[in-house]
Ligand binder design. Structure first.
Ligand SMILES: Nc1nc2c(ncn2[C@@H]2O[C@H](COP(=O)(O)OP(=O)(O)O)[C@@H](O)[C@H]2O)c(=O)[nH]1
Ligand SMILES: [Mg+2]
Length: 369
């Protein structure tokens, strides 16, 4: 099999069977477009048949930034869309070292033993620096990484948080189409990645550890809005009592912050991801929240609302790109930035100039059709 340059060999994409492609799986994957000679049909059929090799490649396709790959990725996604949505989507956040990967390994193993199929994905904007939250942690997920009923995929590296989150979300849809009935998405508990995870999960779990009295400051109001289940991990041995105290402090603080009668109360639990104690209870809480979302008819509206957020953020991203793709708008933007930096023009005036240049560019474009 030869390495193909992007955009080359369009026709051959439709010629190769999944089986043949699988036979090539051992070949070196350097500098090859992610679509790698699979047709849209091959991708869709392979994913729907839960072919792990094709699933892996479909996700690589989604992560690819080659324009030719992106175009195919969109069509593959569109084909798979009717087969998505049938999973419980669990978001897991918490500071590095809180035990997220260990927790996923423990819970994931319990779930596969009960007949579930688990996909584990990650959103980690720092992955390029840290070497990948999940990849670096494969040892922490040693059981799950070798489990035939689990699929573990590291965070896509590079790009903006928005880009990484989008790709993770699309990978989640592909995993759903491949029949995984539980998707666990891990993110480092920093800044906006928590918002991103809440925008693709049905239930959000935050993991923390008993610290030296910093429990209360650990609950940021923003995070509180996003989290359904708060878990104090490492609650075993000498730590068990400390963890219980931390959980009690969380409960008290949450009551104050949210108000006594708030029905959408955050559940506070303790567990030990290491021993497995309490891990299943965390899942029961997650499952019961998911069940009430479904029973009350709020699951679908919640997901549609998430889709609307994605639509808006994708649109913003594309508009940014469009601005830079159109020559008039781009140079107006460069001038505007310089003028604002030098204090010659207020931003509100500068933005109008850019918009006017953009309008002129677009009028020119539409005449070209
Ligand atoms: N004692 C104890 N250690 C744990 C527990 N869960 C995780 N750890 C340890 O905490 C460290 C960080 O765990 P990891 O799962 O990588 O955390 P992550 O960064 O949140 O994914 C590792 O050394 C784990 O072995 C637990 O329940 N108890
Ligand atoms: Mg981890």
């Amino acid at each position: 099999m030869t390495n193909r340059a992007p955009g080359e060999g369009e026709a051959s994409r439709f010629g190769i069977s999944v089986a043949k492609a699988r036979a090539c799986a051992g070949a070196s994957a350097t500098a090859r477009p992610a679509r790698m000679n699979l047709s849209i049909d091959d991708f869709a059929r392979g994913v729907l048949a839960a072919d792990r090799a094709v699933l892996g490649r479909a996700i690589s396709l989604i992560e690819s930034t080659l324009p030719a790959d992106e175009a195919i990725a969109q069509q593959v996604l569109e084909r798979l869309l009717p087969s998505t949505g049938h999973s419980l989507r669990i978001g897991l956040t918490g500071t590095p070292g809180a035990g997220k990967s260990t927790f996923i390994d423990s819970l994931g193993t319990m779930l596969t033993e009960r007949g579930h199929r688990i996909a584990v994905l990650a959103i980690d904007p720092t992955s390029r620096v840290s070497g990948g939250s999940i990849l670096g942690d494969r040892t922490r997920m040693s059981r799950l990484s070798n489990n035939p009923h689990a699929f573990v995929r590291p965070s896509p590296s590079g790009g903006t948080l928005g880009g990484i989150a989008r790709k993770t979300r699309e990978a989640m849809l592909v995993c759903e189409a491949a029949g995984f009935d539980i998707v666990l998405i891990e993110t480092v508990g920093v800044g906006q990645s928590e918002t991103a995870i809440a925008d693709m999960s049905d239930v959000v779990v935050a993991l923390s550890i008993p610290g030296a009295g910093d429990e209360l400051q650990g609950i940021k109001r923003g995070l509180l809005e996003l989290v359904d289940v708060l878990v104090v991990n490492k609650a075993e041995g000498d730590n068990a009592a400390k963890a219980r105290t931390a959980a009690a402090e969380y409960t008290a603080a949450l009551r104050v912050m949210r108000g006594e009668g708030d029905r959408s109360r955050v559940a506070v639990l303790t567990c030990s991801a290491l021993t497995g104690d309490g891990v299943w209870q965390v899942f029961e809480e997650v499952r019961s929240r998911y069940a009430s979302l479904r029973a009350s008819g709020s699951l679908e509206p919640r997901r549609r609302n998430q889709d609307r957020h994605w639509l808006r953020s994708l649109l913003h991203e594309r508009l940014d790109r469009l601005l830079l793709d159109l020559p008039g708008a781009r140079s107006a933007f460069t001038d505007a930035e310089a003028a604002v930096l030098e204090g010659r023009t207020p931003p509100v005036v500068a933005v109008e100039r850019v918009i006017n240049a953009l309008r002129t560019d677009l009028r020119g474009e539409s005449r070209g059709y």
